[in-house]
Design a protein around this ligand. Structure first.
Ligand code: NI
Length: 140
């Protein structure tokens, strides 16, 4: 099947060849309801079907304790600083620094003295976080 036939078939079925579909959307991130992940750490989510953004605010000294998940996690420090430990490697990250955490690898994060804003991307999306965001929206 050539690419035009594939695209046409995809549009008829409502799903792309790349996987499940979702509605296109635009967001003002500051207007998204923040979900508290642990004390001093909150996040705003933007999700597709197979990838999710998490805009995370960490208060100064706030700790996301050791954890791991099957989702791949990529991150970028936007503001402030972050002490991040991935497996046995711990580093102090500044704006402009990025990281990549494979699924299943232990990691933890602590907000720096002025706190931190990081952008995390997860694949696949963190369904448990999205469920908490839905509950928080419902409770308003
Ligand atoms: Ni994580």
């Amino acid at each position: 099947m050539d690419i035009h036939a594939q695209v046409e078939r995809a549009s008829i079925s409502g799903a792309s060849a790349a996987g499940p579909s979702f509605e296109p959307a635009f967001y003002t991130v500051d207007s998204i309801n923040a979900v508290t992940l642990v004390e001093g750490i909150s996040a705003r989510f933007v999700t597709g079907s197979r990838i999710m953004f998490s805009f995370v605010h960490l208060a100064p000294g706030a700790l996301m304790p050791d954890h791991h998940h099957p989702h791949e996690q990529l991150g970028y420090v936007v503001e402030g600083s972050l002490l991040l430990k991935i497996a046995e490697d711990e580093r102090n990250l500044q704006p402009g620094d990025a990281y990549a955490i494979p699924g299943g690898v232990m990691h933890r994060a602590t907000g720096g003295p002025e706190g931190c804003l990081v952008l995390d991307a997860f694949s696949p999306p963190r369904e448990e976080y999205l469920e908490r965001a839905r509950q928080a929206t419902k409770a308003e």
